[in-house]
Design a protein around this ligand. Structure first.
Ligand SMILES: Nc1ncnc2c1ncn2[C@@H]1O[C@H](COP(=O)(O)OP(=O)(O)OP(=O)(O)O)[C@@H](O)[C@H]1O
Ligand SMILES: [Mg+2]
Length: 502
Protein backbone atom coordinates (compact mmCIF):
# COMPACT_ATOMS: atom_id res chain seq x y z
CA UNK A 1 0.00 0.00 0.00
CA UNK A 2 1.34 3.41 -0.94
CA UNK A 3 1.64 5.94 1.84
CA UNK A 4 -0.19 9.20 1.23
CA UNK A 5 3.12 11.05 0.82
CA UNK A 6 4.28 8.71 -1.96
CA UNK A 7 0.89 8.70 -3.64
CA UNK A 8 0.80 12.49 -3.72
CA UNK A 9 4.25 12.64 -5.26
CA UNK A 10 3.31 9.99 -7.82
CA UNK A 11 0.20 11.89 -8.93
CA UNK A 12 2.04 15.22 -9.00
CA UNK A 13 4.76 13.83 -11.25
CA UNK A 14 2.19 12.14 -13.46
CA UNK A 15 0.51 15.53 -13.88
CA UNK A 16 3.88 17.03 -14.80
CA UNK A 17 3.79 19.59 -11.98
CA UNK A 18 6.46 20.88 -9.64
CA UNK A 19 5.59 21.21 -5.95
CA UNK A 20 5.27 24.97 -6.42
CA UNK A 21 3.00 24.61 -9.44
CA UNK A 22 0.75 22.13 -7.69
CA UNK A 23 0.58 24.37 -4.63
CA UNK A 24 -0.40 27.33 -6.79
CA UNK A 25 -3.09 25.40 -8.65
CA UNK A 26 -4.53 24.00 -5.45
CA UNK A 27 -4.41 27.32 -3.62
CA UNK A 28 -2.03 25.92 -0.96
CA UNK A 29 1.40 27.06 0.17
CA UNK A 30 4.48 25.43 -1.38
CA UNK A 31 5.61 24.48 2.13
CA UNK A 32 2.38 22.60 2.75
CA UNK A 33 2.83 20.44 -0.36
CA UNK A 34 6.48 19.81 0.48
CA UNK A 35 5.58 18.85 4.05
CA UNK A 36 2.94 16.42 2.84
CA UNK A 37 5.28 14.79 0.35
CA UNK A 38 8.01 14.33 2.92
CA UNK A 39 5.53 12.76 5.29
CA UNK A 40 6.17 15.49 7.83
CA UNK A 41 2.50 16.34 7.80
CA UNK A 42 0.22 13.33 8.02
CA UNK A 43 -3.58 13.47 8.23
CA UNK A 44 -4.17 16.45 5.92
CA UNK A 45 -7.49 18.17 6.41
CA UNK A 46 -10.37 17.09 4.12
CA UNK A 47 -10.37 20.51 2.44
CA UNK A 48 -6.65 20.23 1.65
CA UNK A 49 -7.20 16.77 0.20
CA UNK A 50 -10.07 18.00 -1.93
CA UNK A 51 -8.08 20.96 -3.25
CA UNK A 52 -5.29 18.57 -4.18
CA UNK A 53 -7.57 16.06 -5.90
CA UNK A 54 -9.07 18.87 -7.93
CA UNK A 55 -5.75 20.39 -8.87
CA UNK A 56 -4.43 16.94 -9.84
CA UNK A 57 -7.63 16.24 -11.81
CA UNK A 58 -7.88 12.75 -10.37
CA UNK A 59 -10.49 10.34 -11.66
CA UNK A 60 -13.20 9.17 -9.27
CA UNK A 61 -11.21 5.98 -8.68
CA UNK A 62 -7.93 7.69 -8.04
CA UNK A 63 -9.69 10.16 -5.81
CA UNK A 64 -11.11 7.37 -3.65
CA UNK A 65 -7.70 5.77 -3.18
CA UNK A 66 -6.11 9.18 -2.54
CA UNK A 67 -8.61 10.11 0.14
CA UNK A 68 -8.39 6.67 1.74
CA UNK A 69 -4.60 7.06 1.92
CA UNK A 70 -4.97 10.54 3.39
CA UNK A 71 -7.07 9.08 6.17
CA UNK A 72 -4.61 6.27 6.75
CA UNK A 73 -7.12 3.66 5.53
CA UNK A 74 -5.95 0.93 3.26
CA UNK A 75 -6.79 1.85 -0.31
CA UNK A 76 -10.05 0.37 -1.56
CA UNK A 77 -8.31 -2.22 -3.73
CA UNK A 78 -6.84 -4.06 -0.76
CA UNK A 79 -10.16 -5.91 -0.66
CA UNK A 80 -12.19 -6.99 -3.69
CA UNK A 81 -13.89 -3.66 -3.78
CA UNK A 82 -15.91 -2.59 -6.78
CA UNK A 83 -14.99 0.71 -8.29
CA UNK A 84 -17.15 3.34 -9.82
CA UNK A 85 -16.91 2.89 -13.57
CA UNK A 86 -14.42 5.26 -15.11
CA UNK A 87 -15.40 7.32 -18.11
CA UNK A 88 -12.72 8.96 -20.14
CA UNK A 89 -14.98 11.16 -22.26
CA UNK A 90 -15.85 14.51 -20.75
CA UNK A 91 -19.10 15.14 -18.97
CA UNK A 92 -21.61 17.04 -21.09
CA UNK A 93 -24.12 19.36 -19.41
CA UNK A 94 -25.69 18.28 -16.11
CA UNK A 95 -24.66 21.41 -14.20
CA UNK A 96 -28.17 21.90 -12.79
CA UNK A 97 -28.65 18.22 -11.96
CA UNK A 98 -25.27 18.01 -10.31
CA UNK A 99 -26.03 21.02 -8.15
CA UNK A 100 -29.53 19.89 -7.23
CA UNK A 101 -28.50 16.32 -6.37
CA UNK A 102 -25.45 17.43 -4.47
CA UNK A 103 -27.56 19.77 -2.40
CA UNK A 104 -30.05 17.00 -1.68
CA UNK A 105 -27.46 14.40 -0.87
CA UNK A 106 -25.54 16.54 1.57
CA UNK A 107 -28.67 17.40 3.53
CA UNK A 108 -28.97 15.31 6.65
CA UNK A 109 -32.63 14.53 5.98
CA UNK A 110 -31.83 12.81 2.67
CA UNK A 111 -31.13 9.17 3.44
CA UNK A 112 -31.96 7.65 0.07
CA UNK A 113 -31.77 9.47 -3.23
CA UNK A 114 -32.77 7.56 -6.35
CA UNK A 115 -31.74 8.75 -9.80
CA UNK A 116 -34.22 7.25 -12.17
CA UNK A 117 -34.99 7.49 -15.89
CA UNK A 118 -34.78 5.58 -19.13
CA UNK A 119 -31.95 3.19 -19.92
CA UNK A 120 -28.92 5.07 -21.24
CA UNK A 121 -30.18 8.48 -20.10
CA UNK A 122 -27.06 8.93 -17.94
CA UNK A 123 -28.02 7.86 -14.42
CA UNK A 124 -24.77 6.05 -13.70
CA UNK A 125 -22.71 8.81 -15.20
CA UNK A 126 -24.47 11.43 -13.09
CA UNK A 127 -24.14 9.28 -9.96
CA UNK A 128 -20.38 9.10 -10.48
CA UNK A 129 -20.13 12.87 -10.59
CA UNK A 130 -22.56 13.47 -7.73
CA UNK A 131 -20.96 10.91 -5.43
CA UNK A 132 -17.47 12.24 -6.11
CA UNK A 133 -18.62 15.78 -5.42
CA UNK A 134 -20.44 14.72 -2.24
CA UNK A 135 -17.49 12.83 -0.84
CA UNK A 136 -16.41 15.63 1.47
CA UNK A 137 -19.72 15.39 3.34
CA UNK A 138 -19.10 11.76 4.33
CA UNK A 139 -16.26 11.26 6.79
CA UNK A 140 -16.04 7.56 5.94
CA UNK A 141 -16.16 8.11 2.21
CA UNK A 142 -18.09 6.75 -0.73
CA UNK A 143 -18.51 3.09 -1.67
CA UNK A 144 -19.73 1.98 -5.03
CA UNK A 145 -21.64 -1.23 -5.74
CA UNK A 146 -22.60 -2.16 -9.30
CA UNK A 147 -25.60 -4.44 -9.03
CA UNK A 148 -25.62 -5.61 -12.64
CA UNK A 149 -24.55 -9.15 -11.72
CA UNK A 150 -26.83 -9.54 -8.68
CA UNK A 151 -29.76 -11.89 -8.99
CA UNK A 152 -31.25 -12.03 -5.48
CA UNK A 153 -30.85 -10.84 -1.91
CA UNK A 154 -27.86 -13.11 -1.24
CA UNK A 155 -25.82 -11.89 -4.20
CA UNK A 156 -26.89 -8.33 -3.47
CA UNK A 157 -25.64 -8.54 0.13
CA UNK A 158 -22.42 -10.20 -1.03
CA UNK A 159 -21.82 -7.40 -3.52
CA UNK A 160 -22.43 -4.72 -0.92
CA UNK A 161 -20.23 -6.54 1.61
CA UNK A 162 -17.43 -6.72 -0.93
CA UNK A 163 -17.67 -3.05 -1.66
CA UNK A 164 -17.42 -2.34 2.04
CA UNK A 165 -14.14 -4.24 1.94
CA UNK A 166 -15.28 -7.39 3.67
CA UNK A 167 -15.57 -10.77 2.02
CA UNK A 168 -16.32 -12.39 5.37
CA UNK A 169 -19.66 -10.61 5.52
CA UNK A 170 -20.67 -11.97 2.16
CA UNK A 171 -23.03 -14.69 3.33
CA UNK A 172 -24.72 -12.68 6.02
CA UNK A 173 -27.95 -10.77 5.64
CA UNK A 174 -28.84 -7.08 5.70
CA UNK A 175 -28.79 -6.90 9.52
CA UNK A 176 -25.15 -7.99 9.69
CA UNK A 177 -24.24 -5.49 7.01
CA UNK A 178 -25.96 -2.85 9.10
CA UNK A 179 -23.99 -3.90 12.16
CA UNK A 180 -20.79 -3.64 10.20
CA UNK A 181 -21.70 -0.19 8.93
CA UNK A 182 -22.83 0.87 12.37
CA UNK A 183 -22.67 4.64 12.65
CA UNK A 184 -20.17 5.23 9.88
CA UNK A 185 -20.82 8.35 7.88
CA UNK A 186 -20.76 6.70 4.51
CA UNK A 187 -22.33 7.21 1.13
CA UNK A 188 -23.24 3.90 -0.45
CA UNK A 189 -23.92 4.01 -4.18
CA UNK A 190 -26.12 1.20 -5.50
CA UNK A 191 -25.81 1.33 -9.26
CA UNK A 192 -28.45 -0.34 -11.44
CA UNK A 193 -31.18 -1.71 -9.15
CA UNK A 194 -34.14 -2.22 -11.48
CA UNK A 195 -33.76 -5.97 -11.92
CA UNK A 196 -33.71 -6.63 -8.16
CA UNK A 197 -35.76 -3.70 -7.02
CA UNK A 198 -37.58 -5.61 -4.26
CA UNK A 199 -34.42 -6.97 -2.63
CA UNK A 200 -32.70 -3.61 -2.94
CA UNK A 201 -35.65 -1.84 -1.33
CA UNK A 202 -35.59 -4.27 1.62
CA UNK A 203 -31.84 -3.91 2.04
CA UNK A 204 -32.07 -0.11 1.95
CA UNK A 205 -34.92 -0.06 4.45
CA UNK A 206 -32.88 -2.17 6.92
CA UNK A 207 -29.62 -0.30 6.47
CA UNK A 208 -31.24 3.12 6.75
CA UNK A 209 -33.17 2.10 9.87
CA UNK A 210 -30.07 0.77 11.66
CA UNK A 211 -27.29 3.05 10.39
CA UNK A 212 -28.03 6.64 11.34
CA UNK A 213 -25.24 8.25 9.34
CA UNK A 214 -25.52 6.18 6.20
CA UNK A 215 -26.88 7.68 2.98
CA UNK A 216 -27.68 5.72 -0.16
CA UNK A 217 -27.52 7.01 -3.71
CA UNK A 218 -29.29 4.57 -6.03
CA UNK A 219 -29.53 4.53 -9.81
CA UNK A 220 -32.45 2.56 -11.12
CA UNK A 221 -34.80 2.55 -14.07
CA UNK A 222 -37.47 1.74 -11.50
CA UNK A 223 -37.92 3.67 -8.25
CA UNK A 224 -37.41 1.68 -5.04
CA UNK A 225 -40.44 2.88 -3.08
CA UNK A 226 -38.72 2.87 0.28
CA UNK A 227 -40.21 5.29 2.84
CA UNK A 228 -38.26 8.54 2.78
CA UNK A 229 -36.86 7.90 -0.71
CA UNK A 230 -36.24 11.06 -2.69
CA UNK A 231 -36.53 10.60 -6.42
CA UNK A 232 -35.00 12.60 -9.22
CA UNK A 233 -35.75 11.82 -12.85
CA UNK A 234 -32.63 12.30 -14.99
CA UNK A 235 -33.73 14.30 -18.02
CA UNK A 236 -32.44 13.94 -21.58
CA UNK A 237 -29.65 16.23 -22.74
CA UNK A 238 -30.75 19.38 -24.54
CA UNK A 239 -30.37 19.53 -28.29
CA UNK A 240 -27.29 21.72 -28.00
CA UNK A 241 -25.72 19.41 -25.42
CA UNK A 242 -26.39 16.30 -27.53
CA UNK A 243 -24.92 18.01 -30.59
CA UNK A 244 -21.87 18.99 -28.56
CA UNK A 245 -21.54 15.41 -27.30
CA UNK A 246 -21.88 14.03 -30.82
CA UNK A 247 -19.28 16.32 -32.35
CA UNK A 248 -16.74 15.79 -29.59
CA UNK A 249 -17.14 12.00 -29.76
CA UNK A 250 -16.99 12.12 -33.55
CA UNK A 251 -13.75 14.09 -33.25
CA UNK A 252 -12.34 11.38 -31.01
CA UNK A 253 -13.04 8.92 -33.84
CA UNK A 254 -11.17 11.21 -36.20
CA UNK A 255 -14.20 12.74 -37.93
CA UNK A 256 -14.80 16.45 -37.68
CA UNK A 257 -18.31 17.42 -38.78
CA UNK A 258 -18.05 20.78 -40.58
CA UNK A 259 -20.46 23.70 -40.45
CA UNK A 260 -22.43 22.24 -43.34
CA UNK A 261 -23.05 19.08 -41.29
CA UNK A 262 -24.47 20.84 -38.26
CA UNK A 263 -28.05 20.86 -39.54
CA UNK A 264 -27.87 17.07 -39.91
CA UNK A 265 -26.29 16.67 -36.50
CA UNK A 266 -29.09 18.69 -34.90
CA UNK A 267 -31.73 16.64 -36.70
CA UNK A 268 -29.99 13.46 -35.64
CA UNK A 269 -29.88 14.53 -32.00
CA UNK A 270 -33.55 15.47 -32.08
CA UNK A 271 -34.36 12.02 -33.42
CA UNK A 272 -32.25 10.48 -30.63
CA UNK A 273 -34.31 12.37 -28.03
CA UNK A 274 -31.17 13.63 -26.28
CA UNK A 275 -30.32 10.17 -24.95
CA UNK A 276 -26.58 10.02 -24.23
CA UNK A 277 -26.33 6.30 -24.98
CA UNK A 278 -27.98 6.83 -28.37
CA UNK A 279 -25.68 9.75 -29.15
CA UNK A 280 -22.70 7.60 -28.20
CA UNK A 281 -23.84 4.72 -30.41
CA UNK A 282 -24.52 7.09 -33.32
CA UNK A 283 -21.14 8.79 -32.97
CA UNK A 284 -19.46 5.39 -33.13
CA UNK A 285 -20.79 5.11 -36.71
CA UNK A 286 -19.00 8.19 -38.06
CA UNK A 287 -16.16 6.04 -39.29
CA UNK A 288 -18.42 4.73 -42.06
CA UNK A 289 -21.28 7.21 -42.43
CA UNK A 290 -21.57 10.97 -42.78
CA UNK A 291 -23.93 12.83 -40.42
CA UNK A 292 -26.34 13.19 -43.32
CA UNK A 293 -26.38 9.44 -43.99
CA UNK A 294 -26.65 8.74 -40.28
CA UNK A 295 -29.73 10.89 -39.87
CA UNK A 296 -31.38 9.32 -42.92
CA UNK A 297 -30.69 5.83 -41.56
CA UNK A 298 -31.88 6.65 -38.06
CA UNK A 299 -35.03 8.38 -39.26
CA UNK A 300 -35.88 5.04 -40.85
CA UNK A 301 -34.92 2.78 -37.96
CA UNK A 302 -32.68 2.74 -34.90
CA UNK A 303 -31.35 -0.69 -35.84
CA UNK A 304 -27.93 0.55 -36.87
CA UNK A 305 -27.30 1.92 -33.40
CA UNK A 306 -25.30 -0.87 -31.91
CA UNK A 307 -21.71 -0.79 -30.87
CA UNK A 308 -18.67 -2.94 -30.96
CA UNK A 309 -17.65 -1.78 -27.50
CA UNK A 310 -17.06 -5.06 -25.71
CA UNK A 311 -16.44 -3.28 -22.43
CA UNK A 312 -19.96 -1.88 -22.21
CA UNK A 313 -22.49 -4.00 -20.32
CA UNK A 314 -24.53 -6.13 -22.76
CA UNK A 315 -27.62 -3.99 -22.26
CA UNK A 316 -25.74 -0.91 -23.47
CA UNK A 317 -24.44 -2.39 -26.72
CA UNK A 318 -27.53 -1.38 -28.66
CA UNK A 319 -30.66 0.66 -28.10
CA UNK A 320 -32.67 -2.48 -28.71
CA UNK A 321 -30.81 -4.34 -25.96
CA UNK A 322 -31.25 -1.38 -23.63
CA UNK A 323 -35.04 -1.40 -23.99
CA UNK A 324 -35.19 -5.20 -23.89
CA UNK A 325 -33.50 -5.17 -20.46
CA UNK A 326 -36.50 -3.21 -19.09
CA UNK A 327 -39.07 -5.05 -21.21
CA UNK A 328 -37.96 -8.43 -19.90
CA UNK A 329 -38.70 -7.30 -16.35
CA UNK A 330 -42.40 -6.72 -17.14
CA UNK A 331 -45.24 -9.22 -16.69
CA UNK A 332 -46.87 -10.63 -19.83
CA UNK A 333 -49.84 -8.23 -19.51
CA UNK A 334 -47.55 -5.25 -19.02
CA UNK A 335 -45.53 -6.29 -22.07
CA UNK A 336 -48.72 -6.47 -24.09
CA UNK A 337 -49.89 -3.08 -22.89
CA UNK A 338 -46.47 -1.62 -23.70
CA UNK A 339 -46.85 -2.92 -27.27
CA UNK A 340 -50.39 -1.51 -27.48
CA UNK A 341 -49.46 2.08 -26.66
CA UNK A 342 -47.00 2.15 -29.56
CA UNK A 343 -50.01 2.93 -31.80
CA UNK A 344 -50.01 6.47 -30.44
CA UNK A 345 -48.00 9.22 -32.08
CA UNK A 346 -46.77 12.08 -29.93
CA UNK A 347 -48.20 10.77 -26.66
CA UNK A 348 -51.62 9.90 -25.32
CA UNK A 349 -54.02 10.45 -22.45
CA UNK A 350 -55.44 7.92 -20.01
CA UNK A 351 -58.83 8.09 -21.73
CA UNK A 352 -57.31 7.29 -25.11
CA UNK A 353 -55.30 4.39 -23.68
CA UNK A 354 -58.38 2.95 -22.00
CA UNK A 355 -60.36 3.02 -25.23
CA UNK A 356 -57.64 1.62 -27.46
CA UNK A 357 -56.34 -0.99 -24.99
CA UNK A 358 -59.78 -2.58 -24.81
CA UNK A 359 -58.80 -4.21 -28.12
CA UNK A 360 -56.01 -6.13 -26.43
CA UNK A 361 -57.62 -6.68 -23.03
CA UNK A 362 -61.27 -7.51 -23.60
CA UNK A 363 -62.04 -7.52 -19.90
CA UNK A 364 -59.82 -4.57 -19.06
CA UNK A 365 -61.14 -2.32 -16.35
CA UNK A 366 -60.06 1.29 -16.26
CA UNK A 367 -58.11 0.55 -13.10
CA UNK A 368 -56.12 -2.20 -14.86
CA UNK A 369 -55.05 0.28 -17.55
CA UNK A 370 -54.20 2.78 -14.83
CA UNK A 371 -52.08 0.17 -13.01
CA UNK A 372 -50.26 -0.89 -16.17
CA UNK A 373 -49.60 2.74 -17.10
CA UNK A 374 -48.19 3.31 -13.63
CA UNK A 375 -45.88 0.31 -14.04
CA UNK A 376 -44.56 1.61 -17.37
CA UNK A 377 -43.95 5.02 -15.81
CA UNK A 378 -42.27 3.45 -12.77
CA UNK A 379 -39.98 1.39 -14.96
CA UNK A 380 -39.11 4.44 -17.10
CA UNK A 381 -40.39 2.88 -20.33
CA UNK A 382 -42.82 5.72 -20.76
CA UNK A 383 -42.63 9.31 -19.59
CA UNK A 384 -45.39 11.30 -17.99
CA UNK A 385 -46.06 15.00 -18.34
CA UNK A 386 -48.30 16.38 -15.63
CA UNK A 387 -47.95 20.03 -16.59
CA UNK A 388 -51.28 20.35 -18.46
CA UNK A 389 -54.83 19.78 -17.25
CA UNK A 390 -54.69 16.03 -17.92
CA UNK A 391 -51.55 13.91 -17.61
CA UNK A 392 -50.02 12.83 -20.92
CA UNK A 393 -47.82 9.82 -21.51
CA UNK A 394 -45.21 9.36 -24.18
CA UNK A 395 -42.25 7.23 -25.23
CA UNK A 396 -38.87 8.03 -26.65
CA UNK A 397 -38.85 7.29 -30.37
CA UNK A 398 -36.45 4.34 -30.06
CA UNK A 399 -38.58 2.84 -27.27
CA UNK A 400 -41.63 3.19 -29.49
CA UNK A 401 -39.85 1.42 -32.33
CA UNK A 402 -39.15 -1.49 -29.99
CA UNK A 403 -42.75 -1.54 -28.71
CA UNK A 404 -44.10 -1.39 -32.27
CA UNK A 405 -41.97 -4.39 -33.23
CA UNK A 406 -43.55 -6.30 -30.34
CA UNK A 407 -47.03 -5.20 -31.43
CA UNK A 408 -46.36 -6.68 -34.86
CA UNK A 409 -45.87 -10.06 -33.21
CA UNK A 410 -49.28 -9.97 -31.50
CA UNK A 411 -51.46 -9.81 -34.60
CA UNK A 412 -53.47 -7.06 -32.89
CA UNK A 413 -52.26 -4.13 -34.93
CA UNK A 414 -55.19 -3.81 -37.34
CA UNK A 415 -57.79 -3.92 -34.63
CA UNK A 416 -55.92 -1.45 -32.43
CA UNK A 417 -55.39 0.95 -35.30
CA UNK A 418 -59.11 0.88 -36.01
CA UNK A 419 -59.81 1.72 -32.40
CA UNK A 420 -57.25 4.49 -32.54
CA UNK A 421 -58.91 5.89 -35.65
CA UNK A 422 -62.40 5.68 -34.13
CA UNK A 423 -61.27 7.37 -30.93
CA UNK A 424 -59.55 10.30 -32.64
CA UNK A 425 -62.38 10.69 -35.11
CA UNK A 426 -64.81 11.25 -32.23
CA UNK A 427 -62.30 13.47 -30.52
CA UNK A 428 -61.70 15.58 -33.61
CA UNK A 429 -65.41 16.16 -34.20
CA UNK A 430 -65.69 17.48 -30.68
CA UNK A 431 -62.50 19.54 -31.02
CA UNK A 432 -63.65 21.13 -34.24
CA UNK A 433 -66.94 22.26 -32.79
CA UNK A 434 -65.08 23.74 -29.82
CA UNK A 435 -62.78 25.75 -32.09
CA UNK A 436 -65.71 28.13 -32.64
CA UNK A 437 -66.52 28.35 -28.94
CA UNK A 438 -65.12 30.60 -26.18
CA UNK A 439 -62.98 27.61 -25.16
CA UNK A 440 -61.13 27.74 -28.51
CA UNK A 441 -57.77 28.68 -26.97
CA UNK A 442 -57.66 25.72 -24.63
CA UNK A 443 -58.80 23.37 -27.42
CA UNK A 444 -56.06 24.66 -29.66
CA UNK A 445 -53.59 23.75 -26.93
CA UNK A 446 -55.15 20.28 -26.72
CA UNK A 447 -54.78 19.85 -30.47
CA UNK A 448 -51.14 20.94 -30.17
CA UNK A 449 -50.66 17.80 -28.14
CA UNK A 450 -52.88 15.53 -30.25
CA UNK A 451 -52.01 16.65 -33.74
CA UNK A 452 -49.66 13.68 -34.22
CA UNK A 453 -52.48 11.26 -33.39
CA UNK A 454 -54.96 13.17 -35.56
CA UNK A 455 -52.59 13.06 -38.48
CA UNK A 456 -51.89 9.36 -38.11
CA UNK A 457 -55.63 8.62 -37.78
CA UNK A 458 -56.26 10.68 -40.89
CA UNK A 459 -53.46 8.89 -42.76
CA UNK A 460 -54.99 5.56 -41.78
CA UNK A 461 -58.46 6.62 -42.92
CA UNK A 462 -56.94 7.74 -46.21
CA UNK A 463 -55.09 4.45 -46.65
CA UNK A 464 -58.26 2.48 -45.86
CA UNK A 465 -60.18 4.67 -48.33
CA UNK A 466 -62.62 5.71 -45.64
CA UNK A 467 -63.18 9.01 -47.38
CA UNK A 468 -65.85 10.44 -45.08
CA UNK A 469 -63.70 9.81 -42.00
CA UNK A 470 -60.60 11.15 -43.69
CA UNK A 471 -62.47 14.32 -44.68
CA UNK A 472 -63.80 14.85 -41.18
CA UNK A 473 -60.36 14.49 -39.66
CA UNK A 474 -58.78 16.66 -42.35
CA UNK A 475 -61.30 19.42 -41.65
CA UNK A 476 -60.30 19.62 -37.99
CA UNK A 477 -56.61 19.41 -38.74
CA UNK A 478 -56.84 22.08 -41.45
CA UNK A 479 -58.81 24.40 -39.13
CA UNK A 480 -56.19 23.91 -36.47
CA UNK A 481 -53.26 24.66 -38.79
CA UNK A 482 -55.09 27.72 -40.13
CA UNK A 483 -55.71 29.11 -36.64
CA UNK A 484 -52.09 28.47 -35.76
CA UNK A 485 -50.93 30.20 -38.96
CA UNK A 486 -49.22 27.02 -40.24
CA UNK A 487 -51.32 26.25 -43.30
CA UNK A 488 -48.32 25.58 -45.48
CA UNK A 489 -47.16 22.79 -43.18
CA UNK A 490 -50.51 21.08 -43.46
CA UNK A 491 -50.55 21.35 -47.23
CA UNK A 492 -47.19 19.59 -47.32
CA UNK A 493 -48.55 16.76 -45.16
CA UNK A 494 -51.66 16.50 -47.26
CA UNK A 495 -49.71 16.30 -50.49
CA UNK A 496 -47.30 13.73 -49.10
CA UNK A 497 -50.12 11.48 -47.85
CA UNK A 498 -51.92 11.59 -51.16
CA UNK A 499 -48.79 10.85 -53.13
CA UNK A 500 -48.11 7.79 -50.95
CA UNK A 501 -51.75 6.58 -51.25
CA UNK A 502 -52.78 7.45 -54.80
N1 LIG B 1 -23.66 13.89 -19.37
C1 LIG B 1 -22.94 13.00 -20.07
N2 LIG B 1 -21.83 13.38 -20.72
C2 LIG B 1 -21.11 12.48 -21.43
N3 LIG B 1 -21.44 11.20 -21.56
C3 LIG B 1 -22.54 10.76 -20.93
C4 LIG B 1 -23.35 11.63 -20.16
N4 LIG B 1 -24.37 10.93 -19.66
C5 LIG B 1 -24.22 9.67 -20.09
N5 LIG B 1 -23.13 9.56 -20.85
C6 LIG B 1 -22.65 8.33 -21.50
O1 LIG B 1 -23.76 7.64 -22.05
C7 LIG B 1 -23.71 6.26 -21.77
C8 LIG B 1 -24.96 5.85 -21.00
O2 LIG B 1 -24.95 6.50 -19.74
P1 LIG B 1 -25.21 5.72 -18.37
O3 LIG B 1 -24.47 4.43 -18.36
O4 LIG B 1 -24.94 6.65 -17.25
O5 LIG B 1 -26.77 5.43 -18.53
P2 LIG B 1 -27.76 4.79 -17.47
O6 LIG B 1 -28.92 5.71 -17.35
O7 LIG B 1 -27.04 4.45 -16.22
O8 LIG B 1 -28.24 3.46 -18.25
P3 LIG B 1 -28.75 2.06 -17.66
O9 LIG B 1 -30.18 2.26 -17.25
O10 LIG B 1 -28.64 1.11 -18.80
O11 LIG B 1 -27.87 1.71 -16.51
C9 LIG B 1 -22.43 6.04 -20.99
O12 LIG B 1 -21.43 5.55 -21.84
C10 LIG B 1 -22.07 7.41 -20.47
O13 LIG B 1 -20.69 7.60 -20.37
MG1 LIG C 1 -26.61 2.69 -15.28
Amino acid sequence: MLEFAALLRQHRLAAGLSQEELARQAGLSGDAVAALERGRRRNPRPLTVRLLTQALELTADERMAFIAAARGHPPPDSAPVQRAPVFTAMLIGREAELKDNLRLLTRSDTRLLTLTGAGGIGKTRLAIEVSAAAEHAFADGVRWASLGGCTDEATLCATVAATLGSTTLADLGPETLAEYLDDRALLLVLDGCEHIVGATARLCATLLRLCPRLAVLATSREVLRVPGEKVRVVPPLTEAESAHMFTSLAASYGARPGDADMGHVTRLCRRLDGLPLAVELAAARVNVLTPEQLVTEVEGSFRILSSANRLAPARQRSLDASVRWSYDLLTADEQRFFAVVSVFTGGWTMAAAQTVAAGAFPRASSSLVLDMTARLVDTSLITVDRSGGAARYDMFAFVREFAASRLDRTGLRDDLEHRHLAYYLRWSVRAQSELDSPAAESWLASIDAEVGNLRSAWRRATALRRRADATRLARTIAAYYRLRGRELEWRTWDKRAHSSHP
